[in-house]
Design a protein around this ligand. Structure first.
Ligand SMILES: [Mn+2]
Length: 423
């Protein structure tokens, strides 16, 4: 399946190795890479001549190499989009020690089919002065999800049903089709936040190009810039639902406003051309906003439903105003939740959304709207409570899977041996 953009510029990976084989061919590989591509020597000559040339468009490369070779070089990361060249030539992602669902590698993303779901943890962090790190908190969500969806007899292909007693429904485990890409690569000595972000964008583009759903785990909220940008190619019009205690529209009126961070990320997102609407839900922070050199405006794209309104009046205003014809991406900052304190998130705020009314809100979202991806961010790194933010995030992901993968009603169902059926 085609998964590359032909108008984009591509460059050859700088560290490709060519090893001769016994049958007069050459094997192309990357140092430490597991993938090897066998090629005739004239292809290698062609590739080596590309090395000295300026980046080429996908279209030019298809004409030069043929479509099949071009796609194979993309698949194996031998050919990289020039835009993300620095980030991608430094690595892509690493498998999780304990995957939730089935492990998948970046090389195999072209095997995904429509409505598959792909988990990915992105350890992005744009602030350094917090006492609580949120870079690796997503791993706690993965651990919770793994436990929730795990076959008690291990990873064998034995059929079974996943039962959700809150909703009296079940999903056949073979229907789950949850894949886990692992953790986006991060080399602390050489990488910065934008390297991790660009890797995430690239992986996310590859996931949505297959019609699959990205399920991203942060990292901090700067992730939203890279995830939402990645959806543009597939969704020329997109809605964003941001669950958050803060609007993340912070502006100081100083030079630092030009630097993407977790407190200003939505300023970038609201300016993205494909983003048509942003609903901010659970907003409740109180802070000092400088006004010098700044102007107060209303952005018609942005609508809010505060935590106070959600908890006292409910979500009705959302249902009567949210456009059901848009595909929607959910960006969920766990500080929106009631009772989530340090170390479960870095920026706890008084109040917040309660679990069951939020769960009901998500049931409506999944049932009545085209939700095309999810992200959960700002989860603290250190060991969480058993029923904290990571568990709620995992629960909301499990409901997404039940809705998208065709769960069935299981009211009062018992599982008995067939011989007992007539007793
Ligand atoms: Mn946020």
């Amino acid at each position: 399946m085609e998964h590359s953009n032909l108008t984009q510029l591509y460059s050859l990976h700088p560290h490709l190795r060519y090893m001769p084989t016994q049958d007069q061919r050459l094997e192309i590989s990357l140092p430490f890479g597991k993938k090897r591509l066998r090629a005739k020597s004239h292809l290698v000559t062609k590739l080596q001549s590309l090395k000295s040339r300026a980046p080429q468009t996908g279209e030019a490369l298809v004409a030069y190499l043929g479509a099949a070779v071009f796609e194979a070089l993309i698949k194996y990361f031998f050919l990289l989009p020039t835009q993300a060249f620095d980030a991608l030539s430094g690595g892509i992602c690493l498998p999780a020690m304990q995957a939730a669902g089935q492990a998948i590698t970046a090389y195999d993303l072209d095997t995904l089919v429509e409505h598959d779901a792909v988990l990915l943890h992105t350890p992005i962090s744009t602030t350094i002065n917090n006492n609580i790190s949120v870079a690796n908190g997503g791993r706690w969500v993965r651990a919770q999800l793994r436990q929730m969806l795990h076959h008690p007899l291990g990873d064998s292909a034995l059929p079974g049903d996943l039962l959700d007693l809150d909703f009296a429904d079940y999903l056949a485990s073979q229907q789950l089709r949850l894949y886990d890409l692992g953790d986006v690569s991060f080399q602390p000595t050489t990488d910065n936040a934008s390297h991790i972000g660009e890797r995430t964008t690239y992986l996310c583009q590859r996931i949505v190009a297959q019609g699959a759903y990205p399920l991203l785990l942060g990292g901090d909220h700067a992730l939203a810039f890279y995830s939402i940008a990645a959806l543009q190619e597939r969704y020329s019009r997109l809605g964003v639902i941001q669950f958050d205690a803060h609007t993340d529209l912070y502006t100081l009126g100083a030079a630092c406003d030009e630097q993407l961070n977790h407190a200003n990320v939505m300023n970038w997102v609201r300016k993205m051309q494909h983003v048509q609407s942003i609903w901010q839900i659970g907003i409740r922070d109180l802070y000092y906003q400088p006004t010098e050199n700044l102007q107060a405006i209303q952005d018609p794209k942005i609508q809010t439903l505060s935590a106070f309104e959600a908890e006292t009046t409910g979500y009705h205003r959302l249902w009567s105003n949210m456009d059901p014809n848009l595909p929607w991406f959910i960006s969920f900052d766990v500080d929106v939740l009631a009772g989530v304190d340090c170390p479960e998130t870095a920026t706890p705020v008084l109040g917040g959304l309660s679990y069951y009314s939020l769960l009901a809100c998500f049931e409506q979202l999944y049932a009545n709207y085209n939700v095309v991806g999810l992200e959960f961010v700002e989860i603290g790194d250190s060991s969480p409570g058993a029923h904290g933010a990571a568990a709620i995030a995992a629960r909301l992901i499990s409901r997404f899977l039940f809705h998208r993968r065709g769960a069935k009603v299981a009211r009062n169902t018992l599982y008995i041996k067939p011989a007992e059926a007539n007793q």
